[in-house]
Design a protein around this ligand. Structure first.
Ligand SMILES: [Zn+2]
Length: 357
């Protein structure tokens, strides 16, 4: 298990799937507790399943937690990030009519390769801090799933300090709702504000693929929602060609083009095929307008006109974009700046493909 300070403590000598890079030394933590309480305990042995055993248990747990913390301190001091072969011993020390309990935990401090986030290790020991953290997460899950609850700034501070990335899948729909409701309910905006400001940076705690699996999940067919998600993809550099190639046919073409301005931190050969497909998709956008031949007359010149998807007429001599001042669409229903975005994207993909092959 990982402690709050991110030290892995395990009873086994090796950790499956994680290489040990360096052995530091054997470390031990001893905690002596409860003068006479063991004697008391023994005296009331018949009462074992009654009240006294509760007190005994509590005292043992306290000693155990303190010893774990001490062991952790020692590991950190050695610049180790894990303790393997951890062993716990309980000893009774008596003398001079007094009896005490000593808890010793020993193990080998080691340096392991930093595990990727999200990996979980199961172990028999769990610290108080870990338990508290899990308890908090459960409490927050109940609140969020209960509905109509939005985290306040103090909650976001807890999410951040405890690195509660487990909550991101259920915080994501909350973020969408907050973004959707905020402009609609200005009198209620305090409710959504901290979620709107905190969620995007909190999402950065997740590694790229993990974040994508949440963000590219279920998109409703509401273009307002699409816009919110696309803005998030742009701000967090979550451009994922593999997901996007499947999303674009079902989203508004203007939003799909906006998506092409998004980026990610690194590309690999796996991206080649979906990137090519995305370029193909935009190269083959269907016409939404059409051309018509107009006969000349006494007062007007004949020639070919483009009827844009909104029904405006533009003579093709005046160019390929609709001349209506609020329109500017070409025969495929996109604007000049959108055509530029597509061109830039294809250029970028060409460069990538030449490097990635
Ligand atoms: Zn038009």
């Amino acid at each position: 298990m990982y402690t709050k300070r991110n030290i892995l403590i395990t009873t086994t000598n090796t950790i499956e799937g994680i290489p040990i890079v360096e052995y530091k030394s054997v470390i031990t933590a001893n905690i002596v507790m409860g003068v006479n309480f063991l004697k008391e305990f023994v005296a009331s042995f018949s009462d074992f399943f009654g009240g006294t055993s509760g007190k005994y248990r509590k005292e043992m747990d306290r000693a155990y937690n303190l010893a774990m913390e001490m062991l952790e301190d020692k590991a950190i001091a050695l610049k180790a990030n894990a303790v393997v072969g951890a062993k716990v011993d309980y000893d009774e020390i008596s003398g001079g009519g007094k009896s005490m309990l000593m808890v010793s935990i020993s193990g080998t401090a080691v340096v392991i390769q930093a595990p990727s986030k999200g990996e979980k290790h199961v172990s028999e020991v769990i610290s108080r801090d870990t338990l508290n953290r899990l308890y908090l997460i459960e409490t927050y899950k109940e609140l969020i799933n209960g509905g109509n609850w939005f985290p306040k700034q103090k909650d976001w501070d807890v999410f951040n300090s405890e690195n509660m990335t487990e909550l991101i899948p259920i915080l994501f729909p909350l973020y969408i709702t907050a973004e959707l409701n905020n402009p609609k309910e200005p009198y209620d905006s305090y409710k959504y504000e901290s979620t709107i400001t905190n969620f995007p940076s909190f999402l950065e705690q997740l590694e790229f693929n993990e974040a994508c699996s949440i963000i590219y999940g279920d998109w409703s067919d509401n273009s307002k929602t699409h816009k919110i998600i696309i803005d998030l993809i742009i701000s967090n550099h979550l451009f994922n060609p593999e997901y996007i190639v499947n999303k674009i046919p079902s989203i508004d073409k203007h939003l799909a083009i906006k998506l092409l301005t998004a980026d990610k931190n690194s590309y690999s050969a796996d991206d080649s095929t979906p990137l090519k497909k995305i370029v193909d998709y935009f190269d083959n956008l269907p016409d939404t307008g059409h051309l018509e031949e107009e006969k000349g007359g006494l007062l007007k010149k004949g020639g070919t006109v483009m009827i844009c998807e909104k029904g405006h007429k533009t003579s093709i001599e005046k160019g390929e974009y609709c001349q209506d001042e609020y329109c500017g669409l070409n025969i495929k229903g996109i604007t000049q700046s959108e055509v530029e975005i597509i061109k830039e994207f294809s250029k970028k993909v060409q460069i990538l493909l030449s490097v990635l092959k």
